[in-house]
Design a protein around this ligand. Structure first.
Ligand SMILES: Nc1ncnc2c1ncn2[C@@H]1O[C@H](COP(=O)(O)OP(=O)(O)OP(=O)(O)O)[C@@H](O)[C@H]1O
Ligand SMILES: [Mg+2]
Length: 349
């Protein structure tokens, strides 16, 4: 029903800001058509659960209005506790048998009834040495998925793809970093969630959402300075590139140590239990990736080369239409939106 139109807009509904990205397909790849973000009121989305529907749908609608976006089809994504991603190894079987066995498999991993989740699965390429196939199963709580879908509809839009943040990141990577390059970890440090996707030559081998991010830093700044939420948010971004904001050096360092430690724990878990080698390269992104000292601390404690991901590496734009400085400053936050904007209607994960 939704397949008649090819265009769609990538709409990343984060807890802190809503991000919009529209691309045009051109011969050489992609060209930027529209880009922007709008800040959500505090507590509109808490722990990735929508608390204030009207605030979220109004923010989305005015972002589309301000940027004069005509396209109504959107790709959105969800993340955090309501999403479960599991790779299972199963004996080789027919497509029908596989379809029937997925709910049984899934039931072992989810606390709720199978009827309370939407799920999908994908057979990974290749066979294991034992002749088994690896199947990636993704399940999301229906009520959470439905709440994001309805908030988008409420804004007068048409959700045609519901993706998961970590897979949107992977898609962003495929578009922008097509060369095979061993083990790479994509780490998107947002406000409520830090999404991690470890790729081997561009294909996901491990994913995890750590349910912490910049919101905790804001809370610590509020405690340290008695500032209100909005003031604390401003204080965060007031710092010059690479420097801690004045007066909050202590909590900045604590936040950097905490978040780097969490990321390292996940990478250590991956390399000690699931893989024999360790991740040598990390690409960081998300609004909280620029916190002073984070890149270097993460590199020190993991021994990996750490860089900022560039979601516009293979995206052309006209500097007369878009200020390059603005694009550069917003880029770290746009990785999920980029992955979504390059989906096609009907694509799901
Ligand atoms: N210059 C900056 N320095 C430090 N933190 C920043 C800066 N700019 C934004 N942030 C923080 O980044 C976070 C927002 O990042 P992002 O837009 O990636 O999150 P989100 O997608 O809205 O949230 P989530 O995906 O976690 O629900 C906020 O906590 C914000 O305070
Ligand atoms: Mg986000």
């Amino acid at each position: 029903m939704f397949l008649s139109k090819k265009e769609l807009v990538g709409l990343d509904i984060g807890s802190n800001t809503v991000k919009l990205l529209e691309l045009k397909s051109v011969k050489s790849g992609y060209q930027l058509k529209n880009i922007g973000e709008a800040v959500l009121p505090k507590d509109a989305i808490v722990n990735k659960v929508i608390g204030n529907y009207d605030a979220v749908s109004e923010t989305i609608a005015s972002l589309f209005g301000d940027l004069r976006v005509k396209t109504k089809n959107v790709a959105i994504s969800i993340s955090g506790h309501s999403v479960i991603i599991k790779k299972v190894s199963l004996p080789k079987m027919s497509e029908n048998e596989l379809r029937e066995s997925i709910p049984w498999e899934l039931e072992q991993y989810i606390p709720q009834s199978i009827h309370d989740v939407n799920y999908d699965y994908q057979v990974m390429p290749g066979e294991t040495p034992e002749g088994n196939i690896d199947v990636l199963i993704v399940a999301a709580k229906k009520d959470v998925t439905n709440s994001y879908v309805s908030v988008v509809k409420e804004a007068g839009l048409n959700p045609v793809v519901v993706d998961v943040d970590v897979f949107a990141l992977e898609n962003m990577y495929m578009v922008n970093y097509p060369e095979p390059d061993g083990l790479v970890s994509l780490v998107n440090i947002g406000a409520a969630v830090t999404n991690i996707n470890i790729l081997k030559d561009g294909i996901s081998v491990f994913t995890r959402d750590i349910t912490t991010g910049g919101n905790l830093y804001t809370e610590w700044i509020m405690k340290e300075t008695n500032a209100a939420f909005e003031e604390a948010e401003l204080l965060k971004i007031s710092a010059k590139d690479g420097e801690s904001p004045a007066g909050i050096e202590r909590v900045t360092n604590e936040f950097v140590d905490m978040i780097s430690g969490e990321i390292k724990r996940t990478l250590d878990f991956f390399s000690s239990t699931l893989w024999t080698s360790s991740v040598g390269r990390i690409l960081i992104g998300g609004g909280s990736s620029g916190v002073a000292g984070l890149k270097d601390t993460l590199s020190d404690i993991t021994d990996a080369a750490v860089d900022f991901m560039n979601p516009f590496r293979n995206v052309a734009y006209d500097p007369n239409d878009f200020d390059p400085q603005y694009i550069q400053s917003i880029a770290p936050k746009m990785s999920v939106a980029m992955g979504l904007a390059s989906r096609k209607p009907g694509d799901n994960k």
